[in-house]
Design a protein around this ligand. Structure first.
Ligand code: PEP
Ligand code: MN
Length: 337
């Protein structure tokens, strides 16, 4: 249930409603909006008594929330959320491009790619220091050393860093060193990790699970917001289908679906979504056209020798050409790059 406060409600009145919610054993989370604050009530099993809240000072109305996910829902917050990652705003009029290698391999490799990306106009640097690999024998990442390399690349280029935390130990380190914490597709339903990410003081990028429905995706996002971290960016990265021409099927239709159900920003990752270098640019163009708030793209200066995801990594010149194309598409749909 959502308790919508009047526009002129005071801080004390908002606190009074939260206290009344908590006195009944539920959780009350204020959601500040552009014009008024709403308090989302969670933790109740059955229907709530609306009149008990309607009569509290400062309350405008009490409305039921019909979806199983609450805090991520547009019912609870009508306007788009804008998430700041190291000062780069995701979800506003500017498209945001997160780019970098799949894995941080060496200092030289990461700095080479980061410099090229900065020159080409990327906004955020990605690169896995902790890699969730299907094979135990594939590169697992450099761990904390990788985080230090990313921090050095940020210091030189000014690009804030987004990197994955595969478990709670990694999350502590990523929270300390990076600007945003990525939760990967394989961990989308790792509920203890989601709760820990919800307690983090850094924004989170949550990737859609390999076979997750839209509802499961939004329910996973709800775990993070329910712990108090509202700085969440979703990322579509393709789902498993019978398609035999690409690694995954990039579900671009999920972008307008997310936009209608949720206020959260959403990125599209055409690299994991297709698994093929030659498909990254066309699907990036389509993602921008369909209304994504940005892209996450794997770039490597020497993809044929990449330790991870070389076949889907584009080169810096390809990235630069793509940025030029995206810059032309953006204004057509009222965005900027
Ligand atoms: C990644 O971004 O490198 C990654 C492992 O992605 P996903 O979790 O989407 O497979
Ligand atoms: Mn990858």
């Amino acid at each position: 249930m959502l308790v919508v406060m009047r526009q002129d409600a005071s801080e004390a009145e908002i606190r009074g409603v939260v206290a009344a919610v908590e006195a009944r054993g539920y959780k009350g989370q204020p959601i500040p909006g552009a014009r008024r604050t709403a308090i989302c009530i969670t933790g109740n099993k059955g229907a709530l008594e609306a009149p008990a809240f309607e009569s509290l000072p400062g309350v405008l109305e009490v409305i039921p929330v019909t979806h199983a996910y609450k805090l991520v829902s547009r019912e609870v917050k009508a306007e788009n959320s804008i998430v700041s990652i190291g000062g780069v705003k995701v979800g506003g009029p500017e498209l945001v491009v997160v780019a970098g290698p799949c894995a941080v391999e060496t200092r030289e490799q990461t700095l080479t790619v980061a410099r090229a990306l900065k020159k080409a106009g990327a906004h955020l640097l990605r690169g896995g220091a902790f890699k969730p690999r299907t094979s135990r024998y594939s590169c697992q990442g450099l761990g904390e050393e990788g985080l230090r390399i990313l921090a050095e690349a940020r210091a030189e280029t000014g690009l804030p860093v987004v990197t994955e935390a595969v478990d709670e130990r990694a999350l502590d380190l990523v929270e300390e060193h990076a600007d945003a914490i990525q939760i990967g597709a394989r961990n989308m339903q790792n509920f203890s990790l989601l709760k820990r990410a919800g307690q983090a003081r850094k924004p989170v990028v949550l990737k859609r699970g390999l076979s997750a429905t839209l509802e499961e995706f939004l329910m996973a996002a709800e775990y993070i917001l329910s712990e108090g971290n509202y700085d969440l960016v979703l990322c579509e990265r393709g789902v498993r289908t019978f398609s035999d021409f690409s690694r995954n099927t990039l579900d671009l239709a999920v972008v307008p679906a997310v936009k209608s159900l949720s206020h959260l920003p959403i990125l599209v990752d055409p690299s994991h979504g297709t698994g093929r270098r030659d498909k990254v640019a066309p699907l990036s163009r389509a993602a921008v056209a369909v209304g994504a708030d940005g892209l996450m793209i794997e770039v490597h200066h020497d993809p044929n020798s990449a330790l991870s995801d070389g076949p889907q990594s584009i080169t810096p010149p390809m990235f630069e050409a793509l940025m030029g194309e995206l810059g032309q598409i953006a204004p057509v749909i009222g965005r900027r790059l």
